[in-house]
Design a protein around this ligand. Sequence first.
Ligand SMILES: Cc1ncc(C[n+]2csc(CCOP(=O)(O)OP(=O)(O)O)c2C)c(N)n1
Ligand SMILES: [Mg+2]
Length: 339
Amino acid sequence: MATAKKRARGGAAPAQTTAMEPDALHRSYRDMLLLRRFEEKASQLYGMGLIGGFCHLYIGQEAVVTGVQYALEPGDSVITGYRCHAHMLVAGVPPRDVMAELTGRAAGASQGRGGSMHLFAPERGFYGGHGIVGAQVPLGVGLGFAHKYRASDRISVTYFGDGAANQGQVFEAFNMAALWQLPVLFVIENNQYAMGTSVERSAAVSDLHERGSAFGIPGGRVDGMAVGAVLHAAREAVAALRAGKGPRLLEMMTYRYRGHSMSDPAKYRSREEVSKVREERDPIAQAREALVDGGHADEAALKEIDKEVRAVVNDAADFAQGAPEPDPAALASHVVAGA
Ligand SMILES: Cc1ncc(C[n+]2csc(CCOP(=O)(O)OP(=O)(O)O)c2C)c(N)n1
Ligand SMILES: [Mg+2]
């Protein structure tokens, strides 16, 4: 059977405002670079056998989490799936704590018990890190319910993938969020694939931003490779949420450069497809270009940022490798509440 309509990969979205204030542009360039270098280092450590279990890299998608985070305020909550390193870092968790968690050390954010897929920092509003595809969505609605129940104007950002968008519990969660007019921003990170299955092969209708329409949830499609476009869309949605207008949905058109996880033979797409997105749509290259073209940074300033970011990442990796593993005697603690 012929496949449904094809789209350009990694950024097919309506033309949107991408302009940013110079300060925010600077910050986004530095933050996105940190996410990328951090994960490149994690990839190296994985190759050296220092990170066990699954490890899903976010490389290519950095603009999504960065732009959305800039629209948030302390007290807002964020939840996502297993591709969560970047969400944890932009929530403000020190890179040392994240790398130590990836390498299973006692100094890690979850004392080395969660690892790559189960990062968690509720004190910074980050509620994980969940391995079951789509399961974070009802939890995110629960976080939104808590904000409304406590009569606060804080909101819940609930991220999930294009594959997760086909899970039944997502629609149950949409219904409740809309019924109770909860302050939930649903963010679909449409990176075009669920493991190796493309959106066109798995979704009867691939306009995922329309998935909430049966519940009256307004949705929009955003160029998720342009941090400015993400920021503008997120700000608008967050303002509606804080004003009590009920849930919103944003479909971020993005792309992951690496495999689904570290063990992915990537037979489902061509190298040319990946290189084309990298060359034409890369979020960090776009920010760099905007900084240089706008006269906000020269090559020397950019080199300085690069140097600083590399130092932070190397420090995190050195710290993690030198940190002790958890004490085997504490294996059973935290398994049940209060233990
Ligand atoms: C309920 C459930 N079914 C299947 C899996 C196996 N699985 C893990 S990730 C994944 C693909 C999800 O893709 P998507 O939602 O697009 O997120 P992405 O990996 O692209 O970020 C699948 C099927 C799982 N973890 N949980
Ligand atoms: Mg996906």
